[in-house]
Design a protein around this ligand. Sequence first.
Ligand SMILES: N[C@@H](CCC[C@H](N)C(=O)O)C(=O)O
Length: 268
Amino acid sequence: MRFVKGHGTENDFVILPDPDGSLDLTPALVAAICDRRAGIGADGVLRVVRSKALGRDADPEWFMDYRNADGSIAEMCGNGTRVFARYLVEAGLAAPGDLSIGTRGGVRAVHLGPSGDVTVDMGAPEVLGESRALLAGHPHDGLGVSMGNPHLACAVTEPVAGLDLTRAPSYDTAFFPDGVNVELYRPLGPGRIEMRVYERGVGETRSCGTGTVATAVAAAHAEGRDEGTWEITVPGGTLTVILDGRTSFLRGSAVLVAEGELSLSSLR
Ligand SMILES: N[C@@H](CCC[C@H](N)C(=O)O)C(=O)O
């Protein structure tokens, strides 16, 4: 079957056009596609399917069926939504400008700007409360935030480049019964943050859209506010997050870099 490869600030995805929902996308197939040696390699898969084919008749025409690299399902993916929108427009399935995309986390309004940036209305963040992660034996206190999917955003004082993210952080499984994405962030000055992330179902990635929004929420919360604009630098680039007290916006680049034919029989 045809595939397209794309990324948003180096959070990379294999896009599988499956308009009628006929593909049997098992966790094992997703893991095989995302394998960086035996497959295409990616942080996740974006299946492009008509909402109607899934019985989601009230949703917009296109549904983003997002899967993590280990085959697990997540409620939402911010960078994935931006790359998905780029694909819809470049494939001629949606007009440039404003469009809506169905996700498990709800309908997301997207704007494709003339400069190449893609902005998503990520919805209202939900503050879950304080919790703690253990990273390479070191405790890190943070703020739990739901962006549809669960996050724990922990402030650190040292440069994030020096943190050991080679192993999964441990966390309070009673607080996060469905697992959690852990962000480590360092404020650099007004509206500027650097961040790294260990994603549930993936491992360390070079960017995480929902994670940057959760980080902005935690940074704002620490200052007793819920509004502002942040430039958040991740290993794969820089994303802009805007909080207006009601909703949140994520803005950044989204590019398609390759397309080809996937041998499903070999991968299976
Ligand atoms: N990279 C994504 C988040 C993907 C889902 C996450 N790993 C989870 O399991 O919740 C983003 O850009 O938001």
